[in-house]
Design a protein around this ligand. Structure first.
Ligand code: HEM
Length: 405
């Protein structure tokens, strides 16, 4: 196993470090950092188990070193292919240094496996792992209103970096990418941002607090029951979780034209303080049967929080961790020519973690996609599901080890 670790250059700075080793991967229940980058990789068709093992070992030891804020030395990948060995041996081994002196910045790094890691589109197994595909690692159904860009969706492997500094997160991703030549190539990347968790629940681009209930900041009580995979699935996933990623574009121009009261009816919470309608403050419980003076439900029947809440979804829960994104501007209808007004391609990177998407994301979003009033202002444009194995327990252990042993 090629080890990496803090090398020459900057010593790790104290504080602002998120623990990397542990029973679960970091960046799931951690606080919300200011920046995120998601990157999906596809494995070369001629990669084999040894290549993938070496890659996961190197990613784990590199990630452990990067999260301490120290400089890293990029190890040579142990590849079974003579052609690739040349590429790998020739690559420079030193830290690229763009994060030099920036410190750990609460950097978290998580790694996940997509369905296509285990099986090809025709159902045949890959890398001898076809039978180890976890049943919970489902292909999502086509939901009402989906407009997915497949080039920005799915993937064999996920690397998810979060940090309070974008350059630190990007450096971490690039460092992992630099040990993957010929084995795994980037399929898509997506950057996002958040006001972070320093000033209370962060606001999304609709201007509402997002993360008050059932989120990484305010998780549900029993995470073993809702978040962490257990004995109901394969042993190698115990302590892991399943991530559903959705890039959700917001029609900000239309949203901005609504009165605040109309926006609040659509969400079901007050904009200024995040309180559920009819309740005094942000953390008051939702009162789904509460009536206003006219006898109408305070929280309207098709409002987002009512339709998403566990009370109306047979208790189905999801742990959310959301960031915003801005991918510039785009013309809604390019056939209309250059005079067509540009609109923002901006919205939310929805990250929903659960022990089984079949009983969490799928039923909740099946209903939301049909009923939620917010759907008039949002379009899902990218999607992926990844199995995030349990954390690495310490030096010498590596992410995904139990899948291969
Ligand atoms: C751009 C899209 C979305 C926006 C802007 C949005 C916004 C919000 C806001 C403002 C809240 C209330 C505050 C809070 O509890 O955090 C909320 C709650 C929630 N949302 Fe979303 N959301 C979006 C998409 C989704 C999707 C796709 C799901 C799918 C599962 C979802 C599930 C939930 C759940 C489960 C709650 C908590 C309900 C409760 O227990 O009170 N949201 N969302």
């Amino acid at each position: 196993m090629a080890m990496s670790g803090p090398a020459e250059g900057t010593a790790a700075e104290p504080g602002r470090t998120e623990p990397f080793y542990g029973a679960h991967q970091s960046g799931i229940t951690s606080g919300t950092q200011g920046h995120t980058i998601l990157a999906a990789f596809d494995l070369a068709a001629d990669s084999d188990r040894e290549d993938i093992l070496a890659l996961l070992q190197d990613w784990t030891s590199l990630a452990a070193a990067l999260t301490t804020g120290g400089a890293v030395s990029i190890p040579a990948l142990q590849t079974s292919s003579p052609e690739r060995a040349d590429v790998v041996e020739d690559s420079p081994r030193t830290d690229s240094l763009e994060a030099d002196g920036l410190g750990p910045q609460r950097l978290t790094l998580a790694v996940g496996f997509g369905r296509s890691f285990f099986r090809s589109a025709d159902g045949s197994g890959r890398f001898g792992l076809g039978m180890r595909l976890p049943p919970a690692l489902v292909e999502l159904p086509q939901f009402e209103g989906d407009a997915l860009d497949r080039t920005q969706s799915d993937g064999d492997l996920l690397v998810h970096a979060c940090a309070d500094d974008l350059q630190v997160a990007f450096h971490a991703l690039r460092s992992l990418d630099r040990v993957a030549p010929g084995i795994a190539t980037l399929r898509w990347t997506q950057a996002g941002f958040s006001p972070g968790d320093g000033g209370g629940t962060p606001r999304n681009l609709l201007g509402f607090k997002d993360g008050t209930m059932n989120s990484n900041l305010h998780p549900p009580g029993d995470l073993e029951a809702t978040l962490w995979a257990g004995p109901e699935g394969p042993a190698w996933m115990h302590g892991g979780t399943y991530l559903v990623y959705r890039r959700i574009r917001m029609k900000l121009e239309s949203w901005d034209s609504l009165e605040r009261g109309e926006q609040e009816q659509i969400i079901g919470r007050r904009k200024v303080d995040g309180a559920p309608l009819g309740q005094p403050d942000e953390f008051s419980p939702l009162d789904l049967s509460g009536l206003d003076a006219k006898g109408n439900w305070w929280i309207p029947p098709t409002s987002h929080v009512r339709v998403a809440s566990p009370e109306v979804n047979d208790g189905a829960l999801i742990v959310r961790r959301s960031f915003s994104y801005v991918n510039g501007t785009t013309s809604e209808d390019s056939s209309s020519g250059p005079s067509q007004a540009l609109e923002y391609d901006a919205g939310s990177l929805f990250l929903g973690y659960q022990k089984d998407p079949r009983t969490s994301f799928v039923p909740i979003y099946s209903k939301l996609s049909l009923v939620d009033e917010l759907r008039r202002f949002t379009t899902h444009t990218a999607s992926a599901v990844f199995a995030l194995p349990p954390g690495a327990s310490g030096r010498g252990d590596w992410l995904g080890r139990r899948l291969f042993t």
